[in-house]
Design a protein around this ligand. Structure first.
Ligand code: ADP
Ligand code: MG
Ligand code: ZN
Length: 474
């Protein structure tokens, strides 16, 4: 039996206005090579100047993962030669990173937890982009020099499920802190997965393979499964030592395989040395005091939701998994509704109506409106069924809940006189069934309820219908 061992390196693009060492804008959707200057083009003589807000965001991150924040850290030079790096080196932090020794808790569905250790988080500059068009390749340096925080975990994960839980938690944290937009498709949250296997019970680390830049949670899960299967097969066929060696592999989603990309360089290949063009990095007292004050994070918010709203932990986890969802939920709650109804109407009814690019951030129905809708169910103005019709309408029209109830004529009838009249009609039209019911066929009760609701076009208050039927049938 084998155990899976996984450690992750996540590159998070920090959402600063300008690049790490120059004042070029970080928005790289502009015309190719327009957001560049002598520094990020690495022209001789141009010197880097550190962007202060990168430090601030790094301090926030370190605080969020309970890490040591090194009040003095250093930049180092990592040499490599690619067309997208005009300087032929990357400025990074090898020897003393700004953040070290953190932890991140992942939560399983059964309520248990596990702590994943974070080895370090260091600041580094991104490269540009190679664009291949037919026979020619172009280089766009708009992205060159944008700030990244590389977050390196210890090899503490034991399954692809743990990996996904870790990544989702990490993703939520950087979004909650608002230090990155963490958009995976656009490459501002890039994951490298290091995978090895070992016989269960063995605690030595075996050869790891790195799978680079997989841009969705689903593909990450798939890539791990495929790579683990490859390693186990090699072991079982007795060719592990020949076939599994330290290298970088790519996940090919169409072929469902991982494929060798390049042999992994040893540290010596990079010829690391302290960056001579930059001063040491100092987090002074003022910055430390200010940026270790961070907003409420997912774990705390979840605990507060359980405490304040009496939610179960599972629902609270779902709602706090993204900041947008948590804010939406809390706005709904201001209408004085139950947390259970708010959760259902948000996660099942509203989200179930999203498609394409519609999501919680651009929802056509505002949190306040959905809160009011739930309130109208709770105060029995409309039935739950009618509320679904109202929501369908609200997805298409920007109007108030009250006016939709009016327009669609969905106001629930609680007036017992009106309901009695309908009940009398139903009972008269079904005299045979009434007889059967009185002779003991009690499950016919549901039939009478259904008929009454139908005759009222769903507008009768179900509780009143029940009461009236009971008394008339007895
Ligand atoms: P490098 O700097 O050469 O990439 P590191 O030691 O910093 O190597 O490790 C990079 C990542 O690989 C870390 O996330 C670490 O947890 C993970 N890792 C290291 N050894 C193993 C292993 N045997 N199996 C799985 N992951 C590993
Ligand atoms: Mg690495
Ligand atoms: Zn620049």
């Amino acid at each position: 039996m084998f155990e899976i061992v996984i450690g992750l390196e996540v590159h998070v693009q920090l959402n600063t206005k300008t690049k790490l060492f120059c004042s070029c804008p970080t928005s790289f959707n502009h015309q190719q090579n327009s957001n560049t200057c002598p520094t990020c083009l690495a022209l001789p003589g141009a010197l880097p100047v550190l962007n202060r807000s990168v430090l601030e965001k790094s301090v926030m991150f370190g605080t969020a993962v309970h890490a040591t924040i090194n009040r003095t850290s250093y930049f180092d030079r990592k040499s490599y030669f690619y067309p997208d790096s005009p300087s032929a080196y990357q400025i990074t932090q090898l020897y003393t990173p700004i953040v070290e020794h953190g932890t991140l808790q992942i939560d399983f569905e059964d309520g248990s937890h596990k702590v994943i250790r974070i080895n370090r988080a260091h600041i580094e500059a991104d490269a540009g982009k190679n664009i291949h068009e037919g026979d020619i390749s172009k280089v766009d340096l708009n992205r060159a020099g944008t700030p990244l925080l590389e977050i390196v975990s210890e090899p503490d994960m034991r399954s692809s499920d743990e990996v996904i839980l870790y990544l989702k938690k990490l993703h939520a944290i950087v979004r909650y802190l608002d230090i990155s937009d963490a958009n995976m498709q656009e490459g501002s949250f890039r994951v490298d997965v290091n995978v090895s296997i070992r016989p269960k019970g063995d605690d030595k680390l075996y050869t790891r393979v790195e799978i680079k830049n997989i841009n969705s949670f689903r593909f990450i899960q798939k890539a791990i499964e495929i790579e683990v299967a490859r390693q186990i097969e090699a072991w079982e066929d007795g060719v592990y030592d020949e076939e599994i060696y330290q290298e970088t592999r790519l996940f090919d989603q169409s072929k469902q395989e991982t494929r060798s990309m390049r042999g992994k360089e040893e540290a010596a290949d990079y010829r690391y040395f302290p960056e001579p063009d930059l001063l040491k990095v100092v987090v002074d007292d003022a910055m430390y005091e200010t940026f270790t004050q961070i907003p409420e994070l997912p774990d705390e918010k979840r605990a507060r939701f359980v405490r304040e709203y009496g939610m179960n932990t599972y629902n609270a986890s779902v709602i706090t998994s993204s900041l947008e969802m948590a804010c939406y939920f809390e706005t709904m709650m201001r209408e004085g509704i139950s947390a259970k109804n708010a959760t259902t109407w948000l996660t099942v009814e509203l989200q179930g109506r999203f498609s394409g690019h519609v999501n919680i951030e651009n929802s056509p129905v505002s949190a306040r409106t959905l809160g009011v809708l739930v309130k109208r169910i709770e105060d029995q103005t409309i039935s739950g069924k009618a509320a679904k019709e109202v929501l369908d309408y609200l997805m298409e029209h920007d109007v108030s809940v009250e006016s939709v109830i009016e327009t669609l004529g969905l106001k629930q009838v609680s007036d017992t006189g009106a309901i009695e009249k309908i009940v009398d009609e139903i009972l008269a039209a079904n005299a045979d069934k009434v007889q059967e019911y009185r002779n003991g066929k009690e499950k016919l009760f549901g039939f009478f309820v259904g008929q009454t609701m139908k005759a009222s076009r769903g507008s009768a208050n179900p509780q009143a219908v029940n009461d009236i039927l009971k008394s008339k049938l007895s």
